[in-house]
Design a protein. Structure first.
Length: 378
């Protein structure tokens, strides 16, 4: 009787073990799926941060805040080499500790990590100990993981996680951290391109307007606050004629006067730039084409009725003899220019390619009849 009972008990135990193993696998599978969903959500949060934040610095700070909140990280610091020095781009550590945090590339234990592109985990065993890279701080961090950051095999800086608890990262899922690191690199790639655009934006000498590059950085952030906007590009089609028949200085004054008039008569919410040469762009943020056409007709009519000439003071500055009589075109110092404009407009939808819209508008103006002076919707 005992043997059958034992056999039954053994079978029950084996069954329970198999059942527990099956349950454990299902739980692990669920955790993996849940982790993937969480990672996808974090990636989406990253993308939203890129779209919502304005400057490059704000974007990096935002993604660091997301990491701290979503993964319950105690301290997170992102350090980037700008070509001359290491900069802390984002950190929730008190600024008094930043000097040591931006010099970790000089610490021996992290040099090998940078050279081999592998993470480095360091921790203390006792509460009264401190991590080797900490110079003047004892109680803040007791364990840390250092991740070197590379973009296309080029070392660009590092990301360091810290905890106030010894051995806090002993059982951490490094796979998840690697995914987070890859997400950070993806964001840094994006913001590097934006930083390049921001750095080449210039103010035009004559008009004081931003250059075309502004449209793809700060300007786009303003425009993309709305679902639909109207992009207008216009060209001063007789500027070469003015330069040739009179002088380039008068042509410059024509450009300046037109820019001033438009800037004074449009909302500050709209983006106005000197696109290239005699071409300008006005982005009417949040306004559809029907709301723009009538306004542009009024602007065009007003500008093309302006007679632009030099004052006596301006002629004197240009070393022209203000008392000389008009005898021929070369000595005609009573120069009067009347600008002539050609406009083209198109709708722009948030999330689509602004550069493609601008390319289409520019191609139209460049191939239009030289005498065309109209407002065209394409």
């Amino acid at each position: 009787m005992i043997i059958p009972v034992v056999i039954i008990l053994v079978c029950i135990v084996i069954g329970l073990i198999i059942y527990n193993i099956s349950i454990h696998k299902k739980i692990q599978k669920f955790r993996n799926i849940n982790q993937r969903i969480n990672n996808l959500t974090v990636v989406q949060d990253f993308m939203n941060a890129i779209g919502e934040a304005s400057s490059v610095e704000q974007k990096i700070v935002k993604i660091n805040e997301i990491l701290i909140e979503r993964y319950e990280i105690k301290y997170s610091t992102i350090v980037v080499f700008n070509g001359a020095e290491y900069e802390i781009k984002a950190s929730n550590v008190d600024k008094k500790h930043w000097d040591s945090l931006r010099a970790l590339q000089n610490v021996d234990m992290f040099k090998d990590s940078i050279q081999t592109a592998t993470p480095k985990y360091v921790t203390v065993n006792k509460e009264n100990e401190r991590l080797p890279y900490q110079q003047m701080e004892f109680g803040r961090a007791k364990s840390a993981i250092f991740f070197p950051l590379y973009i296309d095999n080029v070392y660009i800086g590092y990301w360091i996680l810290e905890s106030g608890t010894p051995h806090d990262f002993d059982n951490v899922d490094t796979t998840v951290l690697e995914v987070i690191k890859d997400n950070i690199i993806s964001v840094l790639k994006t913001v590097v391109h934006q930083k390049t655009l921001e750095s080449i934006v210039r103010k035009d000498l004559f008009t004081g307007l931003n250059s075309a590059e502004y449209l793809y950085g700060e300007g786009k952030k303003i425009i993309d606050q709305y679902t639909i906007s109207t992009i207008c590009m216009f060209k001063i089609i007789n500027i070469q004629e003015i330069n040739r028949n009179y002088c380039r200085e008068l042509g410059n004054k024509v450009i300046t006067k037109i820019s001033e008039y438009i800037a004074e008569n449009i909302s500050k919410e709209y983006v106005f730039v000197r696109y290239m040469g005699p071409k300008f762009v006005v982005a009417f943020s949040g306004v559809d084409i029907n709301g723009v056409a009538e306004f542009l007709n009024e602007i065009k009519e007003k500008i093309e009725s302006i007679k632009i000439s030099f004052t006596k003071e301006e002629l004197a500055e240009l070393n022209f003899d203000v008392n000389k009589k008009v005898t021929n075109k070369e000595n005609d110092y009573n120069m009067v220019a009347i600008p002539k404009l050609n406009f083209v407009i198109s709708s722009y939808y948030k999330g689509t390619g602004l550069e493609e819209v601008l390319k289409k508008l520019e191609e139209y103006l460049d191939t239009a009849d030289i005498n065309e002076s109209d407002i065209t919707n394409i």
